[in-house]
Design a binder for this molecule. Sequence first.
Ligand code: TRP
Length: 341
Amino acid sequence: MAEQQQKKGRIVTGMRPTGKLHLGHYLGVLKNMVKLQDEYECFFFVADWHALTTKYNCTENLIEDTKNVVLDWLAAGVDPDKANIYVQSHLPQTAELHIYLSMITPQNWVERDPTLKDLVKMIRNGENDSKPDVSYGFLGYPVLMSADILSFNVDYVPVGIDQVAHIEITRDIARRFNNIYKTELFKEAKPLLTNIPMLKGVDGQKMGKSFHNDIKISDDEETTQKKVMKAITDRSRARKDDPGHPDKCEVAFEYWKAFASDEKIAQVQKECIAGQRGCADCKRELAALINEELRPIRERRKYYEEHPAVVEEIIKKGDAKAQEAAEVVLKEIRKAVGMYH
Ligand code: TRP
C-alpha cells in the first residue's frame, strides 16, 4: 500500500505488565508511541513472559495487568488501525526464536548484562521479595528480548536509556547468528532513543507505583487533584505572598513545565517570583490543567473498559498480524539454522 511505503521502517517495543500506568509513562512512552505510529510500521506488545522472569510465582494479577496496559495505550491514543497491539505470550514464533538464540548465545554474554547484574545483586541481597531467585529463565531475559526484536527483524527499537544495553546484546546475538549460519538475514536493530522527560512523583522521588507517589492515567479528577495538592513546592517559602522560586519548586513547577504551554509556564514563573501566586492556588490550577489534558484520554479508557469485547478483538487482530509478520521471518530463520522445516 502507498501509505506503508512512506513509513520510515519497522519498529517493535514492549512494556512489562506492571499494572495501571502513570503520568510518567504517559509523557515519556505513550505520547511517543502515538507519534511513532504515524511514522513507522509498529508492533507494540505487552511483555508478559518477561514478567514471569522475576514474578513466576505471583501471577494472580497477570491477566488484569496485561489488559490494563492495553487499556492505557488505547486511552492515550494508540490506534489499532495504525499500530499492531499484541500480547507477547500469544506469539509462539518468539518462543521458538528464543530457543534458537539461546543455543548460540555464550553464557558469559548474559552474565555480563549490566541491567541483569543489578537485578541479580538485588535478588541475592533479598532486597526484592517478589524475585525469589535467579532462575534460568531470568538469565535469558536479554535473549528473550532479542527474540522479541528479531522476530520482526526490525530497524529500530524505541526504548529508554536503561534498555540500551539489551539492544546491544541483541545486535551481538544477531551478528553471531549471521556469522554462524552464513547469512545476512538479520539487520542491526538500533535503539530509537527519545528525549524522555523524567517526571518525578509528587514527593520528589522517582515516580512509581511502589512509592505511592504516582498519578495514574486512570485516576479520577478528584484523586488527581488530591495528589497534585501534595506535590512538593518551594520548601523555603513560608507565606503565599512571599516571593517564590520556581527553580527551587521541586515538583509542582516541573509538572507545569511538562503540561503547560510555554506562554503559561512563563506566566506562572513570573507570578510566583512576584509573590502573586500562592502554592495552594497554583497547584489547584495545575491539577485542573492536568485533568483537562487527561479528560479525553480517560473518556476513551472508560469506553474501552465498558467494551471489553472490542479490546479482545483489537488484541486478536494485533496477535494475528504479529504472527503473520513473525512467521515470514521465522521461515527464513528455520532454513538458516538448518531445521527440518
Ligand atoms: N525489557 C523492557 C523493559 O523492561 C521490556 C521489553 C521486553 C522490550 N521486550 C522488549 C522493549 C523488546 C523493547 C523491545 O522496559
